[in-house]
Design a binder for this molecule. Sequence first.
Ligand SMILES: NC(=O)c1ccc[n+]([C@@H]2O[C@H](COP(=O)([O-])OP(=O)(O)OC[C@H]3O[C@@H](n4cnc5c(N)ncnc54)[C@H](OP(=O)(O)O)[C@@H]3O)[C@@H](O)[C@H]2O)c1
Length: 247
Amino acid sequence: MPYRADWCKTAEMVPPLSILITGASAGIGAATATALAPLGHRLVLCGRRPEPLQALADQLGALAVPADVAQPADRARLLERTAAHLGDVPDVVIHAAGAFALGPVAGDEANLLERLWPVNVQAPYALAAATLPAMIRRGSGRHIFIGSVAGRRCFPGNGAYSATKFALRGLWGVLDEELRGTGVSATLIEPAATDTPLWDPIARDASPGLPERRAMLRPEEVAAFVVFAATRPAGVVPSLLTVRAER
Ligand SMILES: NC(=O)c1ccc[n+]([C@@H]2O[C@H](COP(=O)([O-])OP(=O)(O)OC[C@H]3O[C@@H](n4cnc5c(N)ncnc54)[C@H](OP(=O)(O)O)[C@@H]3O)[C@@H](O)[C@H]2O)c1
């Protein structure tokens, strides 16, 4: 097979893409938006809190759509506003919205799974289900799911979160099979612990095995892998990427 120079394209060389990012107001999603904007891509940013979302969108020249991706009506409005702004279904959807909580399964009266499932699993499933038909008709598109090390390894206290991230891994794996030959692809990126606001409510003594925040991955480091996956040329599928810190 002849050598194709575009396989070695850097992110800077890729023509402008239209990209929807959920969970864009903080953490990994915000770092990804911040890395993609200077490359000239057209971004739609989604998160629940309007103020930080709008502030980032103004800074990056992006469209902010405040929405709760756990709510079907919000998802429909998000997709309508995205299509109206971009003129088509996005080239790339980055599913970075996520919720996290720790606690043993035994005696979980808060039913953490009920809180985490709609954001971590139902939302990416529904957004993929709604956008894939148009992507498949067009013959191009990417869904990039932010999974977690907790989607392949089991840690005590992680019952609800791990259940959602193993489920997300299942969704990605099925899509990886279903989408073959369509020009549309699914990527799963599984970072280890990353120093984002997700950890702010977690007391360190609640889970003694956790790394210190300064030893965790930084959101920009994870964002670099998301940008890499988003900007691969057609015909190359970055299927599964795991990311961990070693320092
Ligand atoms: N941090 C880690 O250690 C780590 C490691 C592996 C994987 N991950 C995964 O990476 C993804 C991003 O996590 P992060 O660390 O960047 O978390 P984060 O700093 O807490 O940011 C989460 C983002 O998701 C948004 N969000 C949460 N619930 C939402 C909802 N219902 N609808 C719309 N937006 C929502 C938040 O904005 P609003 O609050 O304004 O809605 C925020 O923009 C998550 O899927 C997480 O599970 C994180």
